[in-house]
Design a protein around this ligand. Sequence first.
Ligand code: SF4
Ligand code: SF4
Length: 445
Amino acid sequence: MAALKGGYRFRLFEGTPEGTVAAHRVGGRVVVPLAQGEGYAALPVVSPGDAVAAGQVIGTPPAQVGSPVHAPIDGVVRELAVKARAKQPWAIVIERDAGKAAPPAPDTRCEWTAAAPEALAEALTHAGVAALVPGGMIAPGLARVLVAVCVHTAPLLPRAGAVYAGRENDLVTGGRILAKALGAQELCFAVGRRDRAFAAALAGGGAPRVAAIDEVYPGEHPKLLARAVAGGAADVVCVSGRAALAAYDAAVKGAALINVRLCLGGAGLARPAIVDARVGTPLGELCADRLAPGREVRYVAGNFLTGVAVPPEHPVTRDLECVSVLPEDRERRFLEFMRPGARKDSYGRTFLAAFLKRPLAGDTNLHGELRPCINCGWCEDVCPVGLMPDLLMKLLRIDQGEEAEALALMDCIECGLCSYVCPSKLPLHEELARGKRAVREELAQ
Ligand code: SF4
Ligand code: SF4
């Protein structure tokens, strides 16, 4: 198996969840975005005042690429929320209401071993599973090899075995179901090399192949995994383990994708956790009784290298795997590099933290000041696809987009590592992503 070039092995950060999975109490109000995961955004098929049942379809995609959106709770549609200057609603707001009877939610259960792949694909799509499959489509012939990604390498994530604990057999069955619906001839579970008990449980549950992956970020990226597991073949489709579980829930239990298992981590939380939550639950509500007291926090949907800062009202979506809750720190740090840094991560191992075993601290501070590139080469060392981020950024800054393209700008997988390690705090990842967008827009004209 090809080893990952570059990358970074993250150490343990304060606030990394562990232990058993907690169930979040279902709230009385949910905000259900119409765009969730892969595929086109859905269009609402309900109106304010309609009674809905948990699992009922409330939005359908305008084309084959996409999947329906379901009501996460029993209740009444209060509003089709529209953002300023937008014409179409972006979300459906539902509140619990015991007074109204709703139509029963459809059941997607099917005898998956006997079902034709086409029928299985239709049932999974109807349950919302296509939102977790690249391209937003499930149909036979779309994959030769299916890889279920069950490895975590990003900071603030527990090992995947903790997230799927107790559901290993469901995971294997779900992978088989999804593989059948996609017409895949091979099914592989990518598992962290150190997650041995989990790998053994999957193998014991009948997984046809378990591939051990080094826990080096961003080893679980589909492009890198396809290379590691299947030599980079084009017809390899990588899905998260959650997609396999959703396939199991849809085909075996008849449940639509309205429950999400996600990791809440970060030093802004006194009680980080792995939780099961309903789609549409606001992050602020989800984390309210877990916050560290007296700390202003920033919510980041995703990991803190590639995630997006969101307000506490931001709802859980079916494709959300983790939320990083970071202490807000806006202090300007002059000559930060001269401080001891007992809990500060650094690629250069120049801080005390490199020699101590304590968990590292992560917050929103830049921990230094923007300076010119010092040509240290760290960004090139860590880039997992062999780019020269420093040179690409310089080319983009002087409007040499074509030159940057010739140096494989479009191969950037936007993992954020170059920005993370840069001692000059240069926003390489952000500028390269912007450069890629500009190239795409130009090609589209
Ligand atoms: S963001 Fe792009 S350029 Fe930077 S390290 Fe990741 S792949 Fe390389
Ligand atoms: S890591 Fe930052 S300072 Fe070092 S070469 Fe790259 S851009 Fe320059």
